[in-house]
Design a protein around this ligand. Structure first.
Ligand code: G3P
Ligand code: CA
Length: 262
């Protein structure tokens, strides 16, 4: 199967740095992405939210409260305001054993800043968070990826993967750019694999909702399986035995060590 060919090459279990190397550095900061690259992650994962003025930023939550020293919904704040926030100090407080002075004062990056910084040196695994709520998120994302030659005819396959819980957004991306690889996120128990295979190359199930039979079924249909979020060695080893294609993890160095030890 074509879709599986380059993903299952050499039986390689891919490591996706979940929100960057977020077990060691403040999630969705340049420091977290830099570390993920250094640790050899196959992809850096970027969750997207959209500012009041329409910029795409790397942030998991739809408010800035948890991961910065600010307050409020991302969609109610301009990029200028968000750039004034400290996106690193919360991590030092929450993880004293991993704290670093250099994390203090880190900024929230935009998607474009990340792409400009890393260029072709990493692969990007991009999640559209709440695309329906933001309206123009799909188009903005595609415009940025096109502008930086990450998608479009002749571009390297697999350089960008787009993931979402929102099926409609994935379908519309698939219609416009059928060559872009998309992953449908969700609970394994609620996924219709035969429907998903019409618009996505694979599925991203919550690790707590899946089992070996699900993986087998997905593979039989030609879908890859990228599981989130896997932070313990035992589960990673089990998933490798079950021939999962990729894991999202906060500890990409540990996942890499496990894979190389086998
Ligand atoms: O994108 C896969 C996984 O990251 C989904 O969970 O909440 O960490 O974005 P979340
Ligand atoms: Ca995510």
């Amino acid at each position: 199967n074509n879709k599986l060919e380059h993903k299952l090459k050499d039986d390689h279990l891919m490591v996706i740095a979940h929100r960057g190397a977020s077990g060691y550095a403040p999630e969705h900061t340049m420091a977290a992405y830099e570390l993920a690259k250094k640790q050899g992650a196959d992809y850096i994962e970027i969750d997207l939210q959209m500012t009041k003025d329409g910029d795409l930023i790397a942030m998991h939550d739809d408010t800035v409260d948890r991961t910065t020293n600010g307050h409020g919904q991302v969609k109610a704040l301009t990029l200028k305001k968000i750039k004034q926030l400290d996106a690193g100090s919360w991590f030092n407080k929450a993880n004293p054993d991993q704290a670093k002075a250099s994390y203090k004062g880190l900024k929230v990056p935009t998607l474009e800043e990340i792409i400009r910084h890393f260029g072709n040196s990493v692969n990007y695994y991009i999640e559209m968070k709440k695309p329906q709520e933001y309206g123009k998120m799909n188009q903005s994302l595609l415009d940025i990826l096109k502008k930086h030659h990450l998608i479009g005819s002749g571009e390297k396959k697999g350089h960008v993967i787009i993931e979402s819980f929102d099926a409609d957004s994935l379908k519309s991306i698939h219609r416009e750019f059928p060559e872009v690889e998309t992953i449908q996120l969700g609970d394994a128990s609620k996924m219709s694999l035969s429907t998903i295979k019409n618009y996505a190359v694979g599925v991203g199930p919550d690790v707590t909702t899946m089992n070996r039979a699900f993986i087998k079924r997905a593979h039989e249909l030609g879908l890859v399986v990228h599981v989130w979020t896997v932070n313990d060695r035992e589960t990673m080893e089990e998933l490798k035995r079950w021939q999962v294609d990729a894991v999202f993890t906060n500890y990409d160095d540990q996942a890499r060590a496990m894979i190389e030890a086998q």
